[in-house]
Design a protein around this ligand. Structure first.
Ligand SMILES: Cc1cc2nc3c(=O)[nH]c(=O)nc-3n(C[C@H](O)[C@H](O)[C@H](O)COP(=O)(O)O)c2cc1C
Length: 152
């Protein structure tokens, strides 16, 4: 099972999740998208691979729908040594230092639990990319290819 965890305010990150879903299905995965994720969604059943699609709000803050997940990760500290994941962060470089702050925070939390990020984090800048999908789709195609994520 490939699980996509979404953090969004206005739906852009959810749209990315929905657009990339078929690419993973073509690669042989059963895919679930979690719009209001809990930690249990990650740890309670088998997760072959996870993808986080996360925008930033406030000043580098995690969107409200993903806060319970992030807090539980921090407070319960479940340890995730077998988790492999990718991360797509949506942000806007006009916010300066807090650019993609939520994606970076989440990445650090996951790393702190021993999870292994496959490849680099994708950071999509709304100043440069009007439709986040335009950046996310080719990135996911390449991610699947270079990380050899296709399953038979
Ligand atoms: C009130 C507000 C605060 C924001 N703060 C940040 C920020 O601190 N850093 C950043 O990179 N982007 C920030 N953004 C930009 C959003 O992350 C960006 O537009 C993103 O594409 C929104 O995705 P969504 O539709 O999934 O919510 C902010 C946007 C708004 C409206």
């Amino acid at each position: 099972m490939l699980k996509i965890f979404v953090g969004t305010m206005y739906g852009g990150a959810l749209d990315v999740a929905e657009q990339v879903k078929p690419l993973f299905e073509e690669a042989g995965y059963e895919v679930a998208i979690f719009e209001n994720p809990s930690l249990e969604d990650l740890t309670g059943s088998r997760t072959d691979l996870a993808l986080f699609c996360v925008s930033t709000t406030g000043s580098g803050d995690i969107p409200g729908n993903l806060l319970p997940f992030a807090r539980a990760l921090d407070e319960q500290s479940p340890g995730l040594p077998s988790l492999r994941y990718g991360l797509i962060a949506l942000g806007d470089s006009s916010y300066g230092e807090t650019f993609c702050g939520a994606g970076r925070q989440l990445d650090a939390l996951l790393e702190g639990q021993g999870a292994q990020r496959l490849g680099e984090r994708l950071e999509i800048d709304a100043m440069e990319t009007f439709m986040a999908d335009d950046a996310a789709l080719p990135w996911v195609e390449e991610w699947i290819e270079t990380q050899q994520l296709k399953v038979a």
